[in-house]
Design a protein. Sequence first.
Length: 202
Amino acid sequence: MRKKYTLIILILILSMLTSSCQKYDVLSEDSNNFPPINPISKDKIEVILYYPNSEMEHLVPEIRVVSRSNERIEEMVVSELLKGTKRKGLKNIIPENVEMLSLDILDDIAYVSFSDELYNKSYGEKEEAFIIYSIVNTLASIPDINRVQIFINGKAINTLFRHYSVREPLAFSSIVVSEDYINPVSILNKYYDNLLDGEYDK
């Protein structure tokens, strides 16, 4: 009789243990019985990098998970940007041999200095714009950084080549991300033509 009671108790204990365990061997869209998703580990960090799409129409954010290092987050982000992208549909725009020389933050402005290899190349207008805002948008995606100024060898410059001024700090540009690139000169010419034609509402 005692053995019978002992067996019953063992069966009850086993049934309680098995019922309390979650089973994830069969999942369906209608079920809430999904295994927990592990968050990013403490030794990893998510960064946002901006590269042009392969058709060179606009910038696209790439979210990359990287290992934490002794570098500051802003230095880590620029280092990752300079490594380039391997993501399908995106294009590397910054020359491979460019190096970051320094990066300082004062108030909400990041001052980042690059080596000569970034400067005075025969960039096309669109290429120059995407290089500038690939750097600016990437850094300005970091909390507490609102503007970015690009230096060459620690010195302020007027332009990387000749199309866009980098003499002053620049803010994040959503236009080059959400819309295809438009030549600003063509916009002014169209506006001027509309004025000449008396089409003031365009």
